[in-house]
Structure formats: C-alpha cells, structure tokens
Write a protein that binds this ligand. Structure first.
Ligand code: BT5
Length: 320
C-alpha cells in the first residue's frame, strides 16, 4: 500500500483526530512530510480538517470511484481484490479484455468515471456520462463451457438487482437476459464478452453499466436511473462495493454448487416470467407467454399456436 492509502486507512478507522506526531512516528516521516502526503490526499477530493495540537481528521470522502474506497476492507474471496480506475476510457470491457489477454488475474475489476464508446450488445452503444454512473468490467476465468457463458450474464444481472434493493427501498427486477428494471425502466445493462475456444473459455469479461445518479435528460427515453426513481442520490462507491460482494457470493455458489439456487432467485425477481412478451431473436420477432427460464438460463416461450420455443439470446419487450 502507498503511504497515502495507509494514512487514509488510519484516518478512516479512527473517525477522529489523529495527531501529526503519531503519524510521523508511524511512517518515519517528518511533520512536513506528513503534511505533504495529506495535501496529496486532499487533491483527490477528500476533505481533511487540520487542527493545531489535535492533528488531522477525515471529514468527507469524494464522490469518485477511487480504488482505495472501493477495496477498503472489502470482504470478497475473488472479485475486486484488484481494482483499476480510470477517468475516461472508450470502453471498460476493452480495457479489461486487454488486461485479461496479458494475464490479469480472475476478479480484477476495471472501472471508469466515463466511457466515450460504451458498448451494448450487438454493436449498440451504452450512454456513459461522467461521474454519474458505474461502468465496470470484471475479468473471470471460470472452468465452464462456452455455452454456459450466458449464466454469467444472469449472475451479474442478479447481483445488481439485489444490490439496488438492498441499498434502496426500490423494487428492481431482472429483465431477461441482461437488464435491471425499476418502475418499468432500464437502469442497468450487462454485456458479457468472451475469449474462448470451442470447448474452453480462456477468459470472460462481465461488463456492468448502472445509471446511478444520472439525470433522465442524459438517457434514452425508455431508460432511467436509481436517483430518478428513488428521489435522492446514492453513493456510487457503496453500490459498487455491494455489487462486487454479491457477485463474488453468487459466482462462488455457481462454481461450487451449480446454477440451481441462483436460477430460483432469478425467477423470483423476473420481470417477464408468466407475462406476454415480444422477442427479437435471430432477425425475427415472435410473441408468446414466458413459461419458464430453464436450467441453462434460456427463455422458454409458449407461442399462441401452442408450440414451445427455447431462446438462448434475444431482446425482449413485455406487451400488455
Ligand atoms: C446492454 O446492451 O444493455 C449492455 C450495456 C453494458 C454497458 C457496460 S458499461 C461497462 C461495460 N463497458 C462497456 O463498454 N459496456 C459495458 P443492450 O441490451 O444491447 O442495450 C443497449 C441499448 O440500451 C441501447 O441501444 C439503448 O437503446 C439503451 N441504452 C443505451 N445507453 C443506456 C443507458 N445508459 N441506460 C439505459 N439504456 C441505455
């Protein structure tokens, strides 16, 4: 850990004044040396009160996705042990892909305050205004077959859905396969990309975009943000930490026990199960009732003529 992070950790844990003398002693620096480190911490947006004879006290933390804040005391087994943060990238999925290609560890997370070319599925774009949302990508190296990769998308969707419900009183739902919906509007999308051979995944990137404190005016018509639906801003740091914690838990359950228990939670939070939907799938539109999500995470649709169609990927709209 850098000296900045170690001093921050002390100030955060103490929640009160820490004397400059104590810090000098702990770090083997002069009082001036400590003051300089404090100035560097303040330049990140932290507010630190300095009182003669009392020392330094951390008064507030900035609303920025700073690796130290995201990882401090984070009790996960794998996800978020290493977080790389950027001010602006084209797409966090692209950065994560490059890192994974050069051997980055499973669980490494890339996050950015802004994306200039945020990606949705099938070449669509993801609007990513600065300092309002969470744009993060998780590097995974699961020992599963490529055809099981869609389960990872569902695990990510479930993790975000649960995290939003835990932090707010909002009811959020999973719109198969990759959206989180609040009050009928999309607040989160997931894009899973992979590098694989026919029977082996080399790595997988789970890209998560959440509209947290984003103004509706910056978003597409059918979209919203947590702030718009909840009425107040929430901490992006807290939410991102929670998403990493929940993802870590579900991912572990998935690897140890399979997809079963996760699937039942997904069904419980499903926005479309039992509803009539229109699906855009392989260049055609079909309508029907969602009868089930099967053990592989595919959508089971009962068409009006009674036929059953199994859909492994597509875009879905609830009708009526
Ligand atoms: C998605 O695609 O929903 C996947 C979005 C994944 C974004 C994350 S951010 C971090 C990581 N890095 C990336 O570059 N991407 C991932 P899809 O289901 O295809 O939905 C895309 C459609 O959602 C667009 O065509 C718009 O209609 C709509 N859309 C675009 N930006 C949006 C936003 N911020 N909020 C809600 N809807 C949006």
């Amino acid at each position: 850990m850098q000296t900045e992070d170690r001093i921050l950790a002390i100030l955060k844990a103490k929640k009160d004044f820490v004397s400059g003398e104590e810090l000098s002693h702990t770090f083997g620096l002069t009082r001036m040396g400590i003051w300089k480190v404090i100035q560097r911490i303040k330049s990140l947006g932290y507010v630190i009160t300095a009182q003669p004879h009392e020392g330094y006290k951390l008064t507030s933390i900035p609303d920025r996705l700073i690796p130290f804040e995201l990882t401090w005391n984070l009790k996960t087994k794998c996800i978020g042990k290493n977080v790389l943060a950027f001010e602006r990238v084209a797409s966090t999925n692209d950065n994560a892909y490059e890192l994974a290609n050069s051997g980055a560890k499973e669980g490494t997370v890339v996050v950015s305050e802004e994306q200039s070319e945020g990606k949705g599925r099938l070449g669509r774009s993801w609007i990513s205004p600065p300092y309002k949302g969470i744009y993060m990508s998780i590097i995974l190296r699961p020992d599963i077959l490529p055809l099981d990769a869609p389960k990872i998308t569902l695990i990510a969707t479930l993790s975000v859905c649960r995290s939003i419900s835990e932090m707010t009183s909002l009811l959020s739902f999973i719109k198969w396969p990759n959206d989180v919906i609040i009050n009928g509007r999309k607040v989160c999308g997931i894009l899973t990309e992979m590098n694989a051979e026919v029977d082996r995944i080399n790595f997988l990137i789970a890209g998560i975009g959440v509209n947290v404190n984003t103004d509706r005016s910056c978003l597409p018509k059918e979209a919203s943000s947590i702030k718009e639906e909840f009425g107040i801003r929430i901490s992006r740091i807290e939410l991102m930490r929670l998403i990493m914690i929940r993802f870590d838990e579900y991912y572990e359950v998935f690897q140890r026990k399979g997809f079963g228990t996760i699937l039942s939670e997904i069904k419980r939070l499903s926005y479309s199960l039992g509803k009539r939907v229109r699906v855009h799938y392989l260049d055609r539109f079909i309508e029907g009732h969602v009868q089930d999500i099967d053990k592989d995470g595919a959508l089971i649709l009962r068409l009006d003529n009674g036929f059953i169609e199994r859909i492994s990927a597509g875009d879905l709209v609830n009708v009526r």
